[in-house]
Design a protein around this ligand. Structure first.
Ligand code: DQA
Length: 169
């Protein structure tokens, strides 16, 4: 069973009341319930956490090493400022997908820069809460492909079958 960690950054606890025209009306509780339902259906072992503190997010990323197979993170405002979150993702080398509810590339210039994107497996931006489910699906497919490649390369190479010689008698 894949063990996946979902991290929500600052102000995402205010979903449902915060800038509804941008982030929609679903509360974080509703988003997490949809993630949990999807995880159950796909048989993922899922842990979901939210923090308004950069250091707490960094600590959770550090602790993910050896405990989780992959991370889905919406770093929220820290996307555009946090070298510490980027460094933590690089340090643990746990495959990580970046998610944004809104399309950050269509918004203010300062949101176009993500410190996380360069070290993430992928970035999903603009699909609202469905972005988390797409990220989990993509991450699971990536991890399954990586595992089957590892198994194939571990298997001893089969020698080429010997050429048969025809008897002429
Ligand atoms: C966000 C986009 C960020 O620019 C913003 O600071 C957020 C939410 C999103 O999900 O669209 O807090 O990450």
């Amino acid at each position: 069973m894949l063990r996946l960690l979902v991290l929500h950054g600052p102000n995402l606890n205010l979903l449902g009341t915060r800038e509804k025209s941008i982030y929609g009306t679903a509360t974080l509780g509703a988003v997490d319930a949809a993630i949990t339902r999807f995880a159950r259906q796909e048989q993922f072992d899922i842990t979901i956490r939210q923090s308004n503190l950069e250091g707490e997010l960094v600590t959770w990323i550090q602790e993910a090493k050896g405990r989780f197979d992959g991370i889905v993170i919406n770093p929220a405002g820290y996307t555009h400022t946090s070298i510490a979150i980027r460094d933590a993702i690089v340090a643990v080398a746990v495959p990580t997908v970046e998610v944004h509810l809104s399309n950050i590339h269509q918004r203010e210039e300062f949101r176009h820069k993500s410190f996380v994107a360069g070290v993430a497996l992928a970035q999903i931006s603009g699909f609202g809460p469905s972005g988390y489910l797409l990220a989990l699906r993509g991450l699971a497919e990536h991890l399954a492909a990586a595992r089957s490649k590892a198994t194939r390369t571990r298997r001893p190479a089969l020698g080429r079958p010997k050429a048969r010689t025809r008897s002429t008698s």
